[in-house]
Write a protein that binds this ligand. Structure first.
Ligand SMILES: [Ca+2]
Length: 623
């Protein structure tokens, strides 16, 4: 026999709108030799049985309140396999397989009650018109009815006839109908797609128990056709990019943005291709919580928002109230499990987008838990802030403590950014890389260098000659990106194909780190070193608190917060341990000479310096 099967989608709508995607099993219970199509599962809605239909929509009744509506002037009839698919009326008097009558039902008056014999034959009850009717206006609408059994349960078949031999294919309920009233809603679009001609309708409904489900009594009520109920069949093609209801890898471009498995002078030290059934707990662990993470972020990080799908790590930011926060997301790290020093990190990823969305692929010094932030150093391999078309730009940054481990808290940072030539980083995959040597960190996108940072022998930059661990996360909101607004669509996904860590091989130094990109970055480093000294000098002279940095709106806020004694926000960026954070900040604000006037002078001096600095090196400005 020919098996016709089709993916069916079932929507169960309760009081709230809850959608359940259901895949109907193919039906082989109805055989071709008895003249039926094999069962075809069509999309339908089953909702809690309601009373009368809503007002104000076009509704064509078929059966209600103990009578068949006038459109179906031939009333109730049946066909019966036991009499060669001949027809009968009059309560089923001529049909051995089925009989029907009106019956009282609690709370809803009279309903039609039909009883099928358990004789291995099929019989369908229908409501017929003598003149076919054009019901094209119901295109896009639904056919709905309340149904229950009087004991036991049964899968139910239905179809609609147009003028013979026209008819829809048989629809089979993917779930059994039981003794509770259920409202069954079938999409007319789908019936049309399965051969129904709406211009020549001859039956309002034909229904019967599925083959093998005889010996049952069904009650039916409130049968109607409804125009345009707003029923939306499931979208078979999710929108492209990293948003949408489900992950759609096929909708992501960038298939040519890949990276090699080998580099001259380097060996693959470790990697995660995200090919396993779940996140590899040997490599990764979760940061959990919703305390704002030092940046007044709005998300609660949960392990539940991390998944492995089709060979990719997926971190999903959701609009979901949890733990006092309006959003959930995930933050994973290799702390204590894997680290890296000199070599190359390649991460192939597609980024989420939207106002207030802040994905980051970054790293902290492995001594973070001992010395805290920013003493451990921070390398941001990729950060993007969404909204206002900022998705076409990614940032690479380093953060550290001026003066190093033995100096007071004095966070600063510097970085660069790059623009995508066309489209944005939410469209699909790109490879984000850093290359680390003893004296330089270089950032690349799709192997194109865009920023380079020189490392000298100072105590300030010593952390960048130490091992780091990886962190991947999607923050929602924060001082830098701002907060989600009406334009932000959820969910949003950070999709990572792989992360690969290459280290210097035995055959020599890293060959692929150019030191020829130039004067600009060397100049930048020199200027930066000078500026750092100046800033330090200004700070010590003015009493401006450590924690002030340059050029970053986040830092401006942080300084202000210190001035207004909001110690908890004195530390910015990805500061980590709240207790360590507050402790550092507390020591920072304990400087007794801090007064508003001195602070103002210091800030002015800093602004002047920062302005001078960024006027000449605007391309390195962040944010
Ligand atoms: Ca992969």
């Amino acid at each position: 026999m020919t098996e016709l099967t089709k993916l069916g989608a079932v929507f169960v709508r309760c009081i709230a709108t809850v959608f359940l995607l259901h895949t109907a099993a193919p039906s082989a219970e109805i055989e071709d030799e008895v003249g039926f199509n094999a069962g075809i599962s069509l999309p339908l809605l089953i909702v809690a049985a309601s009373g009368n239909s809503e007002q104000g929509e076009e509704v064509l009744e078929v059966l209600n309140n103990g009578r068949v509506a006038s459109t179906w002037d031939r009333g109730i009839a049946a066909w019966d396999q036991a009499i060669g698919f001949g027809s009968c009326g009059n309560g089923g008097a001529g049909c051995p397989t089925v009989d029907w009558e009106w019956a009282d039902a609690d709370g809803r008056g009279q309903v039609l009650q039909a009883t099928w014999a358990d004789n291995g034959q099929e019989a369908g009850v229908y409501f017929e018109t003598s003149d076919s009717v054009d019901l094209s206006r119901f295109d896009g609408g639904t056919i709905e009815f309340d149904l229950r059994t009087r004991g036991g349960s049964s899968a139910v078949m239905m179809k609609i006839d147009c003028v013979y031999p026209c008819r829809s294919d048989d629809w089979r309920s993917p779930e059994r109908i039981g003794q509770e009233w259920q409202r069954v809603i079938v999409s007319i679009d789908t019936l049309v797609a399965n051969n129904l001609d709406l211009t020549t309708i001859s039956t309002g409904l034909v229904f019967w128990p599925a083959a093998g489900h005889g010996g049952i009594t069904l009650e039916i009520d409130n049968v109607l056709w409804r125009a345009d109920t707003g029923y939306q069949p499931p979208d078979p093609e999710p929108t492209g990019g990293t948003g949408g209801d489900t992950l759609n890898l096929d909708g992501l471009n960038g298939e040519n943005n890949t990276s090699p498995m080998t580099y001259p002078g380097m060996v693959l030290a470790w990697s995660d291709e995200f090919d396993g059934p779940s996140l590899d707990g040997r490599l990764w662990n979760h940061d959990v919580g919703g305390w704002g993470w030092g940046n007044d972020e709005s998300q609660y990080y949960r392990p539940e928002n991390t998944s492995i799908q089709e060979g990719h790590l997926v971190i999903t930011a959701k609009e979901e109230f949890y733990g006092g926060r309006d959003y959930t997301s995930s933050r994973i790290k290799t702390e204590g499990a894997r680290s890296f020093t000199y070599g190359r990190v390649d991460i192939r990823a597609a980024l989420p987008r939207g106002q207030g969305i802040w994905p980051a692929l970054w790293a902290l010094g492995s001594n973070f838990s001992e010395v805290g932030w920013p003493y451990c150093g921070e390398i941001d391999i990729m950060e993007m802030i969404g909204g206002s078309n900022r998705e076409a730009e990614v940032h690479g940054t380093v953060h550290w403590n001026i003066g190093g481990l033995n100096a007071p808290y004095s966070h600063t940072y510097i970085g660069g950014k790059t623009q995508k030539a066309s489209g944005d980083f939410g469209d699909g995959f790109n490879v984000f890389s850093i290359i680390r040597t003893e004296d330089r960190i270089e950032w690349r996108v799709n192997d194109e260098p865009y920023y380079s940072f020189a490392i000298d022998d100072s105590a300030s930059l010593a952390p960048f000659r130490e091992p780091f661990f990886l962190i991947f996360n999607v923050a929602v909101g924060g001082r830098w990106p701002g907060y989600p607004d009406g334009s932000t669509e959820f969910p949003q996904r950070l999709v990572v194909d792989y992360v690969r860590i290459f280290e210097v091989g035995s055959d020599g130094p890293i060959g692929s780190v150019p030191d020829d990109d130039g004067a600009a970055s060397d100049e930048a480093s020199t200027r930066f070193a000078q500026l750092t000294e100046s800033v330090t000098s200004v700070r010590s002279n003015s009493g401006v608190v450590p924690g002030t940095s340059i050029g970053d709106p986040r830092q401006a806020v942080a300084s202000k917060d210190v001035a207004t004694k909001d110690v908890s926000t004195a530390v910015s960026m990805k500061s980590y341990d709240p207790e360590a954070r507050v402790e550092r900040a507390a020591s920072a604000v304990s400087i007794p000479t801090l007064t508003p006037s001195v602070l103002a002078l210091g800030v002015l001096a800093l602004l002047a310096l920062a302005s001078q600095y960024f006027d000449t090196l605007g391309q390195y400005r962040k944010g």
